[in-house]
Design a protein around this ligand. Structure first.
Ligand SMILES: [Zn+2]
Length: 132
């Protein structure tokens, strides 16, 4: 998850999906996924959705924590399962992104697979140390 600046959020304000898309430049679709799949709380009984600033701050903090889930070499972080998962046997692919990382210009690789728990696509970025 990209870094969303929680200082932009006022805890005591309520936010519509439009407010959040304006604030962070995310799509309405992303925002609705946060609500439907990733546990972003909305104010009950109101549609279209409104989100309390404090809930939005909580959500973003939790998303950040997720980034800290330790993931082993053979695992991926599944955003649906909210945990480190293994990829289905045979589903893993490694693709060169064509980008390089860091001052040493390590090649960036994207490793993708299918979550063996929920079947959602999972991926992570790796870098290759070039030795010459
Ligand atoms: Zn999963």
């Amino acid at each position: 998850m990209p870094k969303y600046n929680i200082n932009l959020i006022t805890a005591r304000r309520s936010y519509s999906i439009k407010d959040i898309t304006d604030l962070y430049g995310v799509s309405g679709k992303t925002c609705r996924r946060w609500i439907s799949e990733e546990g972003l709380a909305t104010i009950e009984g109101i549609k279209p959705y409104f989100i309390r600033g404090e809930d939005l701050i909580d959500f973003i903090n939790k998303q950040r924590e997720k980034g800290k889930i330790p993931i082993r070499e053979n695992e991926f972080l599944c955003l649906k399962c909210h945990k480190a998962v293994k990829a289905k046997a045979g589903s893993e692919q490694i693709i060169e992104t064509g980008k390089t990382i860091g001052k040493d210009n390590h090649k960036q690789l994207r490793k993708a697979g299918i979550c063996e728990v929920c079947g959602r696509k999972v991926f992570k970025y790796l870098r290759v140390c070039q030795r010459d």
